[in-house]
Design a protein around this ligand. Structure first.
Ligand code: SAH
Length: 243
């Protein structure tokens, strides 16, 4: 089944095709058509260092507007984090792209995501991996994300209301783990649930500071840590949320 296409309201009447060089010359200009918006979106991702073809193809296919509500959906193609329910945020597209690229997901991979939020990151991962498990502490966000996965026919994602700091022992180990909320340090249970040869990407640092995005690689002899870029994420909180 083909995912339903989302058509944000045009801001002005488009008259004929736009010149091809426009996005390169005026990256900040408000684009007229959805095709042009999408082209600028992909251009901005490349400019920020998202170069992996599979990641770009997945981000072209999955419409970020479907993961946002009301007026925010119109800003889906802008490279900025935006508010979602329960006081949380959908990450900036370039950060989603860079994290997904750093995760280096093989097609047969079983992936764990901690922090479902809107479900956007999980949807991108679902185009690249065999199986996605995504954990979220707010039940309401899980319900909304599940609806989106169903509407898009993304059948390889399982979204669960749970405290993700504990991981998902019944499905462990995972080939890849991605955490989209910031902890001071990588949670021990998540490190333990990574296969040898596996990769985990996560932001670390205090929640009211700029955090560092790191990549943890599990080798035969232990864990290796690489620092990727400064980021800002909502905090990874223990326990289940109220909503
Ligand atoms: N990946 C999301 C962005 C999520 S924002 C997207 O693509 O939209 C981070 C999310 O992590 C929030 O929804 C927050 O509720 C959730 N979170 C924070 N601590 C958590 C925990 N211990 N377990 C599960 N989810 C958690």
């Amino acid at each position: 089944m083909k995912p339903p296409s989302h058509t944000p309201r045009a801001r002005s009447a488009a008259t004929g095709p736009a010149p091809a060089e426009r996005p390169a010359e005026h990256p900040e200009r408000r684009p007229d058509s959805e095709a042009e918006r999408k082209m600028q979106f992909l251009f901005a991702l490349r400019k920020r260092g998202v170069t992996d073809r599979r990641v770009l193809a997945a981000m072209e296919e999955i419409d970020r507007g479907l993961f946002l509500r009301g007026l925010f959906a119109e800003r889906a193609y802008e490279d900025m984090p935006l508010p979602i329910a329960c006081g949380q945020t959908i990450s900036q597209p370039s950060v989603v792209g860079l994290m997904t690229q750093a995760l280096d997901v093989p097609p047969r991979a079983k992936v764990l995501e901690v922090g479902t939020g809107s479900g956007y990151q999980a949807a991108i991962l679902s185009r690249l991996a065999r199986r996605i498990y995504t954990l979220e502490r707010h039940k309401r966000l899980v319900t909304e994300a599940r609806r989106r996965f169903e509407a898009l026919d993304l059948t390889n994602i399982t979204a669960i209301t749970a405290d993700g700091t504990r991981g998902l022992p019944e499905q462990a180990p995972f080939d890849r783990i991605i955490v989209t909320a910031a902890a001071e340090d990588p949670p021990g249970p998540l490190l333990a649930q990574l296969v040898i040869g596996g990769i985990m990407v996560l932001p670390v640092g205090q929640s009211d500071h700029v955090q560092r995005l790191i990549r943890v690689t599990r080798g035969e002899g232990g864990f290796e840590y690489d620092e990727l870029l400064p980021v800002r994420f909502v905090p990874l909180l223990e326990g289940i949320g109220q909503e």
